[in-house]
Structures are given as structure tokens and as C-alpha cells.
Design a binder for this molecule. Structure first.
Ligand SMILES: Nc1nc2c(ncn2[C@@H]2O[C@H](COP(=O)(O)OP(=O)(O)OP(=O)(O)O)[C@@H](O)[C@H]2O)c(=O)[nH]1
Ligand SMILES: [Mg+2]
Ligand SMILES: [Zn+2]
Length: 289
């Protein structure tokens, strides 16, 4: 039979097929690192009415490492407008990595009900940069109908820091799921890593959404330094417009990217993050040539 792997837990693989979930083990032939991941199509032999053995994996279109999930159509990046305040460096990393993987993104700004005034500008800043944005509240329900529309019929993964409200949003959208939600730590105002496993949940509107554990660190991939700007949506159209073909948009004269920053067309923090990522990627090249 064929199915979709929705969760790995305690050495078992949960496979959805023909409207139910099969608890499977792996056939012994799988090597370390070649095991199926949530989102993979798998082939299995039923052993009873709810158990089976996984025999093989279908072709993998996309593989994300953080969160670890395969074959998603889009990443829904959940950040909160207060408690915890949005970590824009992490957001820009996620946008950058998704662009490298050619994966569609949707930024979801949660907790609009308690948003700090200075954070209300971010959705517009990112819309101007060329990204899709939604402002929502899992608590009041604001923006949730629109979010539901975006999830319909697709395989999506949530991603973002712990405490941003990923699980709360799923509960608010689909109350029958009844997923456990975490408290914020009073001292740090951060989440407590309540969701511990990636799990694909079937949507009543068709499609799947993966709830995932929050994280705060994300490494960059190896890339040529000249490629970095291409994965910032607002910089991409400027490529080739600098005086020098090899421009890295740092302090070269006649740089179209820097001119756009100075003219207020590129948000200063985005340019700062560009410089950070460039430096990090060049450091990788120096260390592991
Ligand atoms: N005021 C307000 N609080 C919210 C909202 N959404 C979530 N919260 C609270 O934020 C806290 C964290 O929510 P979770 O849904 O567990 O966050 P998470 O992103 O799933 O966190 P991890 O599973 O650790 O990655 C909980 O105390 C929620 O009640 C919202 O829209 N408004
Ligand atoms: Mg969670
Ligand atoms: Zn330049």
C-alpha cells in the first residue's frame, strides 16, 4: 500500500493511508540517514488492520532540515508581534533559506491582539520587500479565515520560534485537533518548546499542515558570495545594475543595492542581515574551501 508519513515517534512510523493511520516499523534494509521523514510518500505492507512495515520511499521533491520535513508546497513562518518579540534575523534566515530551496513562503504575524506599537510596521515592511504577509490572532480569531484559505489543498509546514503560537493557531483554525499549547516562561518571555515532534495534520479543507517544534538557530548553506543577494526579494531585481559585475554590495562604488538602501527602498535591517549572511557564507568558504 501507499501512504504519507505523518509522524515518527518512539521508533514507530505513523502512516496515513485510505483514511486511517497505520503504525509501522521499518524494514531492516534502511540505512542510517535514509529513513523516511514526515511528508514522504512511503510504500508499506500491512501486517494487521493497523500495523505495517515500510518497504520503500517515494521520490522526495523538497527536503527541509529545520524543521525536518519533506515534500512541502509552502512554509508558513509564524512570528509573534509581542511576547516573544519578533526575531527578524531568524525570519530573514528562514526567508533566505526558503528562497534557496525555491519554496513559497507566507509570513504570519501572530498575537496582533497584544502587538507592541513598534512592531506593527513589520508586515508592511515585508510586503514592500515582496513577501506575502498576514496579521492574525489565535486568541481573537482575527485573520484566521484568510490563513485557512492559504492552507487549503496544500502541504504546508509551520516554522518559527518557540512561543510564537504555531500550535495555538492550528487549534484556533481546527478546534477538533486539540493540540497541547505551551506557557511562556515568565522570566524570558519565550516559549518552552511544547511541540517536540514534527507532525503532519490532515486539514478538513484538504491538504496537510505540519506543526513543528520552535527553534532559534539556523545555519546557512554553502553558496557563492555573489549569489547571496539573489535570495533577498527586494535585491534580486538590482542584480547586474551595479558598476562592477562582481559587486558584493558592501563598499564598492556605484552599487545599486547600497543606493537603494540610502534612498529608503530597502529596509536597513534587511541590508544589515544581507551583510551578516554574506560574511557567514564567506567564512564557511574560508574554513572549508
Ligand atoms: N495574546 C495571545 N497569546 C497567544 C496567541 N497565540 C498564542 N498565544 C500564547 O502564546 C503561548 C505559546 O503558544 P504555542 O501555541 O504553544 O506556541 P508554539 O509556537 O507552538 O511553541 P512551540 O511548540 O514551543 O514551538 C501560549 O501561552 C499561547 O496561549 C495570540 O494570538 N494572542
Ligand atoms: Mg507548538
Ligand atoms: Zn552592488
Amino acid at each position: 500500500m501507499e501512504g504519507i508519513l505523518i509522524k515518527r515517534y518512539g521508533g514507530f512510523y505513523y502512516v496515513a493511508s485510505e483514511g486511517k493511520v497505520w503504525i509501522c516499523r521499518l524494514r531492516g534494509k534502511f540505512r542510517r540517514g535514509e529513513e523516511p521523514l514526515p511528508g514522504d510518500r512511503v510504500y508499506f505492507t500491512p501486517l494487521s488492520r493497523e500495523e505495517g512495515v515500510i518497504e520503500g520511499i517515494g521520490e522526495r521533491r523538497v527536503l527541509l532540515e529545520r524543521p525536518t520535513v519533506a515534500n512541502v508546497d509552502q512554509a508558513v513562518l509564524v512570528f509573534s508581534l509581542a511576547a516573544p518579540p519578533p526575531d527578524l534575523q531568524l525570519l530573514d534566515r528562514l526567508l533566505f533559506l526558503s528562497a534557496v530551496k525555491d519554496l513559497e513562503c507566507l509570513i504570519v504575524w501572530n498575537k496582533v491582539d497584544i502587538a507592541e506599537a513598534e512592531n506593527l510596521k513589520w508586515p508592511e515592511v515585508y510586503t514592500r520587500a515582496g513577501y506575502r504577509n498576514l496579521m492574525v490572532s489565535a486568541l481573537t480569531g482575527e485573520g484566521l479565515e484568510e490563513l485557512k484559505e492559504h492552507l487549503k489543498g496544500k502541504i504546508s509546514t509551520l516554522a518559527g520560534p518557540s512561543g510564537a503560537g504555531k500550535t495555538s493557531l492550528l487549534n484556533a483554525l481546527f478546534p477538533h485537533l486539540n493540540l497541547p499549547v505551551g506557557e511562556l516562561s515568565a522570566k524570558l518571555g519565550k516559549g518552552r518548546h511544547t511541540t517536540r515532534h514534527v507532525e503532519l495534520l490532515p486539514l478538513p479543507t484538504g491538504g496537510w499542515v505540519a506543526d513543528t517544534p520552535g527553534f532559534s538557530r539556523l545555519n546557512l548553506p554553502r553558496l557563492a558570495p555573489q549569489e547571496v543577494a539573489r535570495y533577498f526579494k527586494e535585491m534580486e531585481p538590482l542584480i547586474g545594475k551595479c558598476r562592477f559585475k562582481s559587486c558584493l554590495h558592501r563598499s564598492e562604488p556605484g552599487c545599486a543595492v547600497r543606493e537603494a538602501v540610502e534612498a529608503g527602498l530597502i529596509a536597513p535591517h534587511r541590508y544589515e542581515h544581507y551583510l551578516d549572511f554574506l560574511e557567514e557564507i564567506m567564512e564557511l568558504e574560508r574554513r572549508y574551501p
